[in-house]
Ligand binder design. Structure first.
Ligand code: ADP
Ligand code: MG
Length: 449
């Protein structure tokens, strides 16, 4: 059943976190309801305890293990070779709320996400400049500011940076930052408790409204409606709005046209995928930060360049890799060399290395739905086979740069219209079939790492 637990954990915490923090755990004992795991360093143990202990306990319990508590201790082998590992300042500074006023239902701001810690490069310079402008708190020049880009490229970081900056420059302003999901949650709660008027009043009383990941409200009709009214009311009062999404306004499916066009009225800027220089810059900055925590840490020349070359997926993965490298280095008390880096990050390097192939997608999807790989490509029209096949077509279109005819060829020489039909079908179904939506999410995680 560990396979089951593993799958669930990946679903909960994401593949990267799983690989960085959970995979290295060694189960050393299971007695009296306590599961004990060995960890490489104290730092590592603290981190896992704080972030993942609950997930691990829940999933073990779900799988039928009588576990009430999980404990982490530094492994015997590790403890012996550990020369008084420096303990980093573990506690993060207290979180500030994104509110100029207690009644505003803002999300907590990450104190690390400031302009100071944001590294500027070609791919993000426009977004950064626009964010800076908004953060000055001067007269509204473009409204809204719409930031978009792929996962882990710094959208949330920039929004928090704006909120931090505004709070210190203009403490008089009521700044509200929240995710679109929270916006919806608040709204639904207001509906339920018959406090829609209060909700409206509250959201219309802010000076700056920032809504993160707005794609989330696509397809959620009454929330969209309310968002639209809030948006208009604030724009009419000349209040600043900042929005982020994972894609351009016009590309968000199931978002009402009038909202799309509203979102396009201001300044729309995208964060491009990182380039080598930017990645190197980000790594250097993190290293400076870690150096101030782990004294005596030495990094051999070429290590950062190597990482910037090899880990190109997203900044979060890059940071995760570095965090793990430091945790290991602090354990062995050794200089971080290229060899150590390659050993310690082998799995991350492998997964960010490979280009996803259509065959791999077919294999994973077949495995997930428990059908034969040969049926993926074969002619059977049974629904239990045709549907997984369409899922694989959909993922192939989404996750690889292959064209429809190319995909058709890998699916036993099917026509490109058949592939298009399959892709459309899944797109259509995923909005109503939550099981399918979950399957897709899980498969995506498994495939992309
Ligand atoms: P997004 O919201 O676009 O998915 P985040 O803002 O959450 O991405 O960024 C992911 C991680 O990468 C965060 O820890 C963030 O601090 C870091 N990051 C992204 N871009 C930069 C950058 N230009 N400089 C420093 N850190 C960055
Ligand atoms: Mg984000």
């Amino acid at each position: 059943t560990w396979g089951q637990v593993r799958e669930e954990l990946i679903k909960r915490v994401g593949k990267n976190n799983y690989v960085t923090w959970i995979e290295p755990l060694k189960l050393s004992g299971l007695k009296n309801g306590v599961a004990r795991f060995e960890v490489p360093t104290i730092f590592f143990g603290d981190w896992v305890q704080r972030n993942y202990a609950d997930h691990i306990r829940t999933q073990l319990a779900n799988a039928g293990a009588a576990v009430e508590r999980v404990e982490f201790s530094v492994g015997q082998a590790a403890a012996e070779s550990r020369p008084a590992a420096p303990k980093p300042a573990a506690a993060k500074p207290a979180r500030t709320r994104a509110v100029a006023d207690e009644e505003l239902p803002g999300a907590p701001l990450d104190p690390r996400f400031t302009f100071d810690s944001f590294v500027v490069g070609k791919p993000n310079e426009l977004a950064h400049a626009a964010a800076r402008r908004v953060a000055e708190g001067g007269p509204v020049t473009f409204n809204p500011l719409f930031l978009y880009g792929g996962v882990g490229l710094g959208k949330t970081h920039l929004m928090h940076a704006i909120a931090h900056e505004l709070q210190s420059r203009r403490p008089d302003l009521r700044v509200l930052y929240l995710s679109a999901e929270q916006f919806m949650y608040r709204f639904v709660q207001a509906l339920r408790e018959r406090q829609v008027m209060d909700f409206k009043e509250l959201f219309r009383s802010v000076d700056v409204l920032m809504v993160d990941d707005v794609q989330f409200i696509a397809g959620k009709d009454s929330t969209q409606e309310e968002f639209f009214h809030t948006f208009n009311a604030l724009v009419d009062q000349n209040k600043q709005i900042v929005i982020s999404a994972d894609r351009a306004p016009g590309e968000i499916k199931d978002l009402e046209e009038r909202i799309k066009s509203r979102l396009q009225c201001g300044l729309v800027v995208d964060l491009h995928p990182t380039d080598y220089e930017l990645r190197l810059g980000i790594l250097q900055q993190k290293v400076d930060f870690y150096r101030s925590q782990y004294r005596g840490l030495v990094i051999a020349g070429g290590v950062l360049e190597f990482l910037a070359h090899r880990i190109t997926t997203n900044v979060r993965v890059l940071e995760g890799a570095l965090t793990r490298l430091f945790a290991f280095a602090s354990l062995v008390g050794r200089e971080i060399t290229l060899d150590l880096t390659q050993d310690c990050l082998a799995d991350i390097l492998r997964s960010s290395d490979r280009k996803l192939s259509i065959e791999e997608i077919q294999r994973k999807v077949a495995e997930h739905y428990n059908i034969r790989l040969s049926d993926m490509i074969g002619p059977k029209r049974l629904r239990t086979i045709a549907r997984p096949r369409q899922v694989a077509m959909y993922l192939a279109k989404q996750l690889t740069p292959r064209s429809l005819p190319e995909i058709g060829r890998r699916f036993g020489g099917r026509d490109h219209t058949t592939i298009m039909h399959g892709v459309r079908k899944i797109e259509e179904l995923m909005t109503t079939d939550s099981q399918l939506a979950d399957d897709l999410q899980l498969l995506r995680r498994l495939l992309q790492g």
